[in-house]
Design a protein around this ligand. Structure first.
Ligand code: GLU
Length: 281
């Protein structure tokens, strides 16, 4: 048995579609080749968009495709306290600040700084008095990770952060991490005690994931995940990014393309083999 351990980590915000199937085929294929195993993780931290019915749908679709995973699925919404502890730790290290800004505030700040709209956001905490005032008004805020503080904290290590990327052909290369692509990320959401990057890296470490295989739409995520791993003392897995299945409009498939949901393809009489072919895997 090899020590190769990967995971499939869908978010139950709708039924799985062809794009998810492609991801799942890549994940299970890699594990099979390496003689390793796959864990299933349900990334349902967004409690307004995620529904238990969609989780049931995921299990049903994966069973139809004949995918098997080790142990019970990890349900992220059952572990909010663990993610909150990560944010606490980063705060203890002096690497975070409370951010009360709305999207509009941030766009205005970006413009005022003469940056192109949509540039990664980096900011400063509010002056203590103003912050105390906002807190007393119970104004909602998110914790942000300060890249400036992370750079100070890690010293020369910050510029040496890197990760190993493994192509679908098995060729590997080392990529230099560029956390600046993301700016000061949100560690929490105004409506949840964690954001994706925290929950994902926490779980990858906690579950001992050695290989992360996901779509090219999440290629940039590795650049900030490596930073979180260095700050928290977690190992960095090897990353593989597979091509996306494109919709009729040439864009990444979205859950709103109902016709491409695995449930409707199944109802239309397609077999798992047909789905694999359609997914281009
Ligand atoms: N939950 C994410 C998604 O459904 C995947 C995250 C990951 O694989 O790291 O797109």
């Amino acid at each position: 048995m090899s020590d190769f351990l990967t995971r499939f980590a869908p978010s139950p915000t709708g039924r799985l579609h062809l794009g998810h199937a492609a991801s799942a085929f890549h994940v299970w294929q890699a594990a099979e080749r390496a003689g390793g195993s796959v864990l299933l993780r349900i990334e349902d931290i967004d409690q307004t968009r995620c529904k238990p019915d969609f989780t049931d749908g995921i299990l049903e679709d994966l069973a139809w495709l004949d995918f098997d995973w080790t142990g019970p699925p990890r349900i992220q919404s059952e572990h909010f306290a663990d993610y909150a502890r990560v944010v606490e730790r980063l705060t203890e290290l002096g690497l975070t600040y409370r951010c009360f800004r709305t999207r509009t505030d941030m766009a205005a700040e970006t413009e005022a700084a003469g940056l192109t709209p949509g540039s990664p956001f980096t900011g400063q905490p509010l002056p203590a008095e103003l912050e105390a005032e906002r807190l007393s008004q119970e104004a909602p805020f998110a914790w942000r990770l300060s890249l400036e503080k992370c750079r100070d904290y890690l010293g020369p290590e910050y510029d040496r952060l890197s990760f190993e990327v493994c192509g679908l052909d098995g060729a590997t290369r080392i990529e230099k991490a560029r956390p600046g692509l993301h700016g000061d990320i949100n560690l929490t959401r105004k409506d949840a005690p964690t954001a994706y990057h925290v929950a994902c890296t926490h779980d990858d470490a906690r579950q001992g994931i050695t290989h992360v295989i996901r779509g090219t739409d999440l290629e940039d995520a590795a650049h900030i995940h490596v930073l979180l791993q260095a700050l928290m003392g977690w190992p960095t897995p090897i990353y593989t990014h597979h091509p996306l299945v494109l919709g009729p409009d040439g864009h990444k498939l979205a859950k709103r393309f109902e016709s491409q949901s695995l449930a409707s393809l199944r109802e239309a009489g397609l077999t798992p083999r047909d789905v694999k072919k359609l997914a281009g895997v």
